[in-house]
Design a protein around this ligand. Structure first.
Ligand SMILES: Nc1ncnc2c1ncn2[C@@H]1O[C@H](COP(=O)(O)OP(=O)(O)OP(=O)(O)O)[C@@H](O)[C@H]1O
Ligand SMILES: [Mg+2]
Length: 262
């Protein structure tokens, strides 16, 4: 059975894409067949793995294959064609929303629209052990679809100001989806990200989050590490870019935690 993990936090810039990329890469390196579903119209996860558009990233990268959102095609017939391999063995990417075209617009008015991703994944799911879904910020249709299709949620939490902001909304959204559309959905864990031990405010925020949901905070804390920014800019997973970095070490440990949820 494929385990679908949605990476969601309504707050922007908290490490969702970074976490989705490097946990996906970690799982693939550990021998799993992994599909990273990029649900963000900005396609940061796609670009972060070196599959961005040449105009934006310079030469040597593959272009997006058309802009029509895969999610508009609820039969999912063309999904297989759109799954692209990455340099990391065992890791493929599905860019589910093209640039410029809003999947949310395409799907507006369809009564089954929150099941869009579930439908898209069903014909391909058996080919993968894990599908990680990177979502845009907010709790609009795209993150909602991810929750409806998922078994579990990983929620990166920035160890900066207002970390708890948005978490109550996320928990409420999870409860609502569980009640009405997807009873198997569970919160796997909150992942503390961008952590700086030398900054008192960071330590305080981490404690605040642990006090808020004591049993749901992952053991692994992801430090602020410039190597993760460099990796993203070069379109590499951190395991390829600098396997000895603190960021790589953290994501290897987080991957082990995720494997433990299975
Ligand atoms: N642990 C880290 N150390 C240093 N930089 C990081 C770390 N995690 C993420 N970043 C950087 O912070 C920025 C935001 O991270 P990321 O894109 O993963 O967040 P996001 O939650 O996906 O954002 P959005 O809500 O816009 O999709 C990026 O430039 C990323 O490279
Ligand atoms: Mg992102």
């Amino acid at each position: 059975m494929t385990q679908v993990i949605a990476v969601v936090n309504p707050k922007g810039g908290v490490g969702k894409t970074t976490t989705a990329i490097h946990v996906s890469a970690g799982l693939a390196v550990a021998g799993s067949r992994v599909l990273l579903v990029d649900l963000d119209p900005q396609a940061h996860a796609t670009r972060g793995l070196g599959l961005g558009s040449p105009a934006k990233r310079g030469g040597g990268t593959q272009p997006f294959e058309g802009l029509s959102p895969v999610l508009g095609d609820l039969e999912g017939a063309r999904v297989l064609e759109r799954i692209r391999p990455t340099r990391v063995e065992g890791l493929s990417v599905l860019t589910a929303c093209g640039e410029g075209v809003g999947a949310e617009d395409e799907l507006r008015g369809r009564t089954d629209r929150t099941r869009g991703l579930t439908e898209v994944l069903s014909p391909v799911a058996s080919r993968f052990d894990f599908a990680l879904v990177d979502t845009p910020p907010g709790l609009g249709l795209l993150p909602l679809m991810a929750l409806v299709s998922a078994d579990g949620v990983l929620s990166p939490v920035h160890c900066g100001g207002f970390a708890l902001e948005g978490l109550a909304d996320l928990l409420q959204a999870i409860r609502r989806v569980r009640q009405h559309e997807n009873p198997r959905l569970s919160l796997l864990g909150l992942v503390l990200t961008l952590y700086q031990d030398e900054v008192a405010a960071c330590r305080e925020v981490a404690e605040e989050v642990r006090a808020y949901l004591p049993r749901k905070v992952c053991r692994t804390v992801v430090p602020r590490d410039p190597a993760l920014v460099e990796a993203a800019l070069r379109g590499l997973s951190i395991l390829e870019h600098d396997v000895c970095s603190r960021g790589a070490n953290a994501y290897i440990e987080l991957t082990k935690e995720v494997l433990g949820y299975g």
